[in-house]
Design a protein around this ligand. Structure first.
Ligand SMILES: *Cc1c(COP(=O)(O)O)cnc(C)c1O
Length: 459
């Protein structure tokens, strides 16, 4: 018989989980005002809120922690990380930051000013936030196929070159400080960008004399998809694909909490020494001196090691494969999920799931709460609560999709856990017709309300 897939690692340390009862969960979620962010992690059996900073470090990363050099300037940990970043990404210069949004803050402080236009594939929330905070505008140039969640397309993170060209032709060159490519595209569901698209975007950027910046949080998962789906790269190593991707960039911002498998950290990779020098000033101001910028020496050591582990073929096969196995289980049962599956999460289409719950009663939140009640699984709403109210009318903004995201931490849960998640959600699916009412808001903050909102059952 064919040998089945098995993870290329074994477990050295375990953390106990509490398997709660339905009665406990009903009480906890009521006390949490039906907001999953208000739960204590000890009340959650399987936590799929995010893959950010929730990964499991390896024995080698933990041993690197012991070797950290905490010198203020010129620590060996800095040079170890610099070498790893240069080796993996090809960028000759780098600045450490405390996480990804801090890298954006530093780089955009140099590059983005009021009135600027920053085109790219669907910008991540914090990226867009840092652009808009500077009174500049992010323009989404993702291909239309990305927003049809059941359409089979191998690279739903791709930039539509016609949309991009329209932005570049329609605005003065000096108003466009950069083009941002997010790999994989988190906002479109962890969907990859092809190398062909990267090359075409770079060619267009060069034609207009505009820098190309990578938002690189999940660059290794992106390289995995390139290898699997783009024939030219079928026998390339992941690291060669990663170098080929980044060769086209002028800089990269990184949230190390994702593909570098550490719990905190980030960095900026930079090609040009002059840009590096200008960004250094802001790094010192906001993050810390250029040889530690927001990170301790031991954390830089673990990150250096994580960059190598996160770009191993066997690891990525297990990681992206685990997400896909969960997706397939749900799809086979008829649960409406985004397809193809993303690299880090499965997105459940709540509107097609809970067809009887009225739109104004927060359909995706209702589904996320039902999944918690069913099995103690915490997903996250990406729907009307997240979309906030229209500041002009004060009315709810209904986004095109009501989604529940099941985000898989790296190297943390086994396939048994994923089978449990699938079974819990399939059980909710089987009783979906009995779910007819959602929630009413008791309290909400004026912006970013989803973190602190308080709800009560409608009806
Ligand atoms: C997480 C993320 C960020 C921000 O990084 P933090 O480490 O959370 O600050 C930026 N871009 C993308 C695509 C991300 O996924």
């Amino acid at each position: 018989m064919n040998l089945p897939f098995a993870e290329p690692y074994k477990i050295k340390m375990v953390e106990s989980l509490h398997r709660s009862s339905r009665e406990e969960r009903e009480r906890w979620i009521r006390e949490a005002k039906y907001n999953l962010f208000n739960l204590r992690s000890s009340q959650v059996f399987i936590d799929l809120l995010t893959d950010s900073g929730t990964g499991a470090m390896s024995d080698k990363q933990w041993s690197e922690m012991m070797l950290g050099d905490e010198s203020y300037a010129g620590a060996s940990s800095y040079f170890k990380l610099k070498e790893a970043i240069n080796d993996i990404t090809g960028f000759p210069h780098f600045l450490p930051t405390h996480q990804g949004r801090a890298a954006e803050n530093v780089l955009f402080s140099v590059m983005v000013k009021e009135g600027d236009i920053v085109p790219g594939n669907a910008h991540f929330d914090t990226t867009k936030g840092h652009i808009e905070f500077r009174r500049a505008h992010a323009v989404d140039c993702t291909i239309d196929e990305a927003y049809d969640i059941s359409l089979d397309h191998p690279f739903k993170g791709n930039v539509d070159l016609e949309k991009l060209e329209r932005v570049l032709l329609g605005n003065p060159r000096e108003r466009i400080p950069m083009i941002i490519l997010t790999v994989t595209c988190n906002t479109s569901g962890g969907q990859p960008v092809s190398l062909r698209n990267i090359r075409e975007v770079k060619a267009m950027a060069d034609r207009f004399g505009i820098p190309l910046i990578f938002d690189a949080a999940r660059f290794a998962e992106n390289a995995w998809f390139i290898r699997k789906r783009e024939e030219e790269f079928a026998d390339w190593s992941i690291r060669d694909i990663v170098r080929e991707m980044f060769r086209h960039g002028d800089a990269m911002t990184m949230s190390s909490k994702k593909d570098a498998i550490v719990n905190m950290g980030g960095f900026i990779g930079i090609r040009d020494i002059d840009l590096y020098r200008r960004a250094s000033t802001y790094n010192i101001l906001f993050e810390g001196y250029v040889t530690y910028g927001g990170m301790s020496g031991r954390d830089m050591n673990a990150l250096a090691r994580g960059l190598y582990e996160g770009t191993e073929y066997d690891y990525l096969e297990a990681r992206v494969g685990q997400v896909a196995r969960l997706g397939k289980k749900l799809r086979d049962h008829g649960v409406p999920v985004q397809y193809p599956f993303g690299g880090h999460a499965i997105f459940v289409d709540a509107r097609r799931f809970l067809t009887r719950v009225p739109q104004e009663e927060y359909i995706a939140q209702k589904l996320a709460v039902e999944l918690f009640l069913e099995g103690g699984v915490r997903g996250v709403e990406i729907g009307t609560l997240l979309a906030d109210r229209d500041p002009a009318t004060g009315k709810d903004r209904f986004p095109p999709l009501e989604l529940v995201r099941l985000t898989i931490p790296r190297r943390v849960y086994t396939d048994n856990h994923m089978d449990y998640v699938a079974a819990a959600l399939c059980n909710v699916w089987d009783r979906r017709d009995s779910i007819t009412r959602g929630f009413r808001i008791l309290y909400e903050a004026p912006i970013l309300r989803h973190f602190t909102v308080e709800l009560e059952p409608a009806g």
